[in-house]
Ligand binder design. Structure first.
Ligand code: SF4
Length: 506
């Protein structure tokens, strides 16, 4: 077993005593009943509604549109100016929030959250929004992303007598607000956000106000929109992705800026920059895979980015072929771009079963083998005798890609060429996307040729980093995090064990 330490990997390479102290404190976050090998790595969706007579239902609809960002738990908190109600549950948004449940959430303001987490993290206790009765009053909070310095913050607060009820990053933020010496609530929130480091897009609610904020590097998306109201103030909405606005018939207004704290009250919208001077590091993986193609993320349509990734991939590593086939669903847009650029017919040669229940996804090899065939099925008459270019958005461990290549070949393809619409994933994410540690990432431990042999493809090529950045460059684009492709992390703290290659971490 390798020893777990933390150290600075950008600018700080000296594992000084203070850094190691922080390391131990950081790991202190798992002194809860959760096992040591489990991390707080969730991909989440957040929403907020201000000024709507049925805010809970609006939040429900918005969360419904963000279901792809997390399927394990969901929650909605509402406020009516006096009280703050909060209901959370395990499962899909539609399973938890029936009409009867929504009726128990009165008020014109709401925040909501949908959460994915690694197995074992999904306790209802850690579902959000979290409601805390603090010295600053009742506060509900929901957040997307991961903090990287919560260990030291948590230890400091515990020394000050704080008792934590969850292992969630959100509770740290609320406790920092509660313990802030600043004068007003909005100053306390700004003070709290300045102390946390990492990725966070946050929505917060008191009895009469909504707050929305993004971390200073802008890792995770958060957009603001409005529902025009001819008889009074507009309904103001916030959501992780703009596809949520479409379901509400809300108009996209703008993105919450990195380092910005927005407050919405009866008097309108006000904003302040609580932090400045950080280079932007928005998660490029949102464009590669995570966000929906019908969303506008970091000021750019995801569909446009994926189309460009496919076109660039065709320019960089085109191969003679008869059909271009996406691995559905996330590979579809890039495959359309590839096919158009290469002048090769696009065919839906793999069909995804959208009704596969989560119960099939079990950590047992026998069931997992079955799982790929449950999810995907080849269309034999489109593949038989064809030279196939297969387009996917990532290879993580390599085992699933190998099964898909075998499936296409088994359906009669004469050649299978795999093209990946991003560079090799060589490092884990610490900012809210659940990727395995380096020892389990095939590209961290094998060359492209070795991966090709492992997955049994006739050829394999990835999109270059330059090609990916060019594909995602829009007029409002100021900078992306690409750490899972480069190992260069925008923040100081990362878990060294997670970024060791397999040979060194045994
Ligand atoms: S490490 Fe990768 S997945 Fe994580 S924030 Fe950076 S680009 Fe996104």
């Amino acid at each position: 077993m390798s020893q777990r330490v933390y150290q600075g990997v950008k600018g700080v390479t000296d594992a000084s005593s203070s850094i190691l102290a922080d390391a131990k404190l950081a790991k202190g976050k798992v002194t809860s009943p959760r096992p040591l090998d489990q991390k707080l790595r969730e991909e989440c969706g957040v929403v907020a509604i201000h000024g709507h007579p049925d805010a809970a239902r609006q939040a429900y609809l918005a969360l419904y549109a963000l279901q792809h960002r997390g399927q394990e738990s969901a929650g909605i908190a509402t406020a009516d100016g006096h009280h703050l109600a909060n209901i959370k549950g395990m499962g899909l948004v539609s399973e938890i929030f029936t009409d009867d449940v929504l009726a128990k959430l009165p008020g014109s303001m709401a925040i909501g959250h949908t959460r994915y987490s690694t197995t074992g993290d999904s306790a209802l206790l850690n579902a959000q929004p979290i409601r805390v009765d603090s010295t600053k009053g009742l506060i509900a909070i929901a957040h997307n992303g991961n903090l990287v310095n919560l260990g030291s913050l948590r230890a400091r607060l515990e020394r000050e007598g704080v008792y934590f009820q969850t292992t969630s990053d959100s509770e740290i933020i609320v406790q920092l607000i509660a313990h802030s010496k600043a004068g007003t609530l909005v100053d306390c929130i700004a003070d709290s956000l300045r102390q946390v480091d990492g990725a966070f897009s946050i929505v917060m609610m008191t009895r009469d106000r909504i707050f929305a904020a993004r971390d200073p590097r802008g890792f995770r998306p958060l957009s603001m929109g409005r529902l025009p109201n001819p008889d009074g103030p507009d309904t103001i909405v916030f959501a992780s992705e703009t596809c949520a606005f479409d379901l509400l018939r809300a108009e996209y207004d703008r993105d919450v800026l990195p380092g910005e704290l927005v407050m919405v009250t009866e008097d309108g919208v006000t904003s302040r920059q609580y932090a400045t001077g950080f280079p932007q590091a928005s998660c490029i993986f949102e464009h590669v895979y995570f966000a929906r193609p019908d969303s506008r993320v970091f000021g750019r349509w995801v569909q446009e980015s994926r189309d460009q990734m496919g076109r660039q991939l065709a320019r960089e590593s085109g191969v003679p072929a008869d059909v271009v086939v996406p691995v559905p669903d996330s590979g579809v847009t890039a495959a359309l771009g590839y096919a158009e650029q290469a002048g090769i017919p696009f065919r839906l040669g793999l069909i995804r079963n959208h009704y596969v229940g989560r119960t099939f996804i079990e950590p047992e090899q026998r069931v997992r083998d079955f799982g790929v065939r449950l999810k995907l099925n080849p269309v034999r008459n489109l593949l038989e005798g064809k030279r196939v270019v297969l387009i996917d958005d990532s290879i993580i461990r390599g085992t699933t890609s190998r099964k898909i290549v075998r499936m296409v070949r088994g359906a009669g393809a004469s050649e299978v060429h795999l093209r990946i619409s991003c560079p090799p994933t060589i490092s884990p994410c610490f900012y809210g996307v659940d990727t395995p540690s380096k020892r389990d990432l095939i590209a961290a431990n094998k060359s492209v040729e070795e991966i090709r042999q492992f997955i049994e493809a006739d050829s394999l090529a990835y999109l270059s980093l330059e090609g990916l950045l060019r594909s995602c460059a829009g007029p409002e684009h100021n900078g992306y995090c690409t750490a899972c492709y480069t190992g260069n992390y925008p923040t100081q703290w990362v878990d060294v064990e997670d970024i060791l290659p397999a040979a060194l971490s045994l």
